[in-house]
Design a protein. Sequence first.
Length: 472
Amino acid sequence: MQLDLIIYDTELLTMEGGGVGYLADAALGIKDDKIAVVGNSKEILAEYQACRSIEGKNLLVMPGLIDAHIHTGIALLRGLAQDITGWMEEGLWPFSRQLDQQAREAGTALNIIEAVRNGTTLLADFGSNLEGLVDWHSRIGTRAVLAKTINELDNSSEIVPGKLYPFDREKGEKDLAESLEWLEKEEIPERISFFLGPQAPDMVSRELLKEIYDRAEEHGIGIHMHVAQGKREHLQMKMRYNSRTIPWLNREGLLNSSLNAVHLTEANPEEARLLARSGAGLTVCSGSIGIIDGQVPPLQEFLAVSDRAALGSDQAPGNNCNNMFNEMKLTALFNKIKSQSPLPLPAWKVLRLATIEAAGCLGLEDKIGSLAPGKYADIITIDLKKVSLAPVIRHPLRNLVPNLVYSAQGSEVRDVMVAGNFIYRKGRMVNVNEEEILQQAEREAARIMERVDEESLDRLSPLYQAQREGKL
Ligand SMILES: [Zn+2]
């Protein structure tokens, strides 16, 4: 068989089997958009011809990282909402209400570039503007599982914290209809797929939530939803249904393998196990939730039952970065600190959570997440000559994986390929002009900031007050 590309004389983390699937003296062959062969370098070179070959002596080749929960549309608000208690209402809303479609798209482009530079090949991107998401993931070349935000909150009606939200069914139905329209469009690249995205169980009515599950089942797609996040949801669920979120979802028949549940910060250990037993996936966002809530979700309890778990970087306003190397390290650290033990979430396990197990969480384990013949060629190469990985020790004990998780910062990523195409090569974006995207982001951010009402910011934002006092 004539291959398109062989990377030879290299080391692979295949993520096959129960660990990282390390292979030395290895090669990887790609044909069209798929991995054709994985194995011993000499044998593959003897058996296969390729149009192009890359010597991989100082490279480590592994599956691309998966960011299973991100809102790229609000990336222009990076760093505007942390170190405060009212993240959403006081930190985010004064700015996010000013974001229009153009500003959201500028943020999406910026955020995807950041993700790719740091080795992310798939983003489960959740936002209000599907058109912009489809456009930028298409142009940059990333794989994406997109979900349009569906909620029944009418922006024009006053939402009073602590009072039950009034629901606007028409608004929710409109969001759902728009989500479904995208499933019918034909010109979308195969690597872009859709989930339905009810924002949270307290932001859509029971009836609409059930309808969303029915539509998802009909179309054979998943549900991407924030679940058991924050005091707001907890209070709303208590007031509306007199129940905690996860037992309520369970009673309503809404816990099943179609669900990628995000956060779970308010769930107790028994609820985390209940979610895991149902077959649902869990995505935790360690950096974001650490900064905006000071909490560590019950990931360990979930993992005791199920391996359908993933990591997400959530957003830029309060994380403040969207880099899966950061998420891997923080997830390991926070869980060790929470348990006061070095044992939870070892390096090899968090690397699985950012690759093969994330693929499982999104129902894509047969297509991506590991280096195996027949899977899409979504791969990254790591430059082993970078100082953060030096010295590379292979005997008597390999330090590659611990250094990738505890030392690497993302800049070690040299190349990123999605479906057999390089989208980032030797430190440069292949399909888009990065400089232009950065300039556009600066321009759009400046435009949006001019609209922000400083008086209400002064009244609302503890960060603005800290700045006025000369602290920030
Ligand atoms: Zn989110």
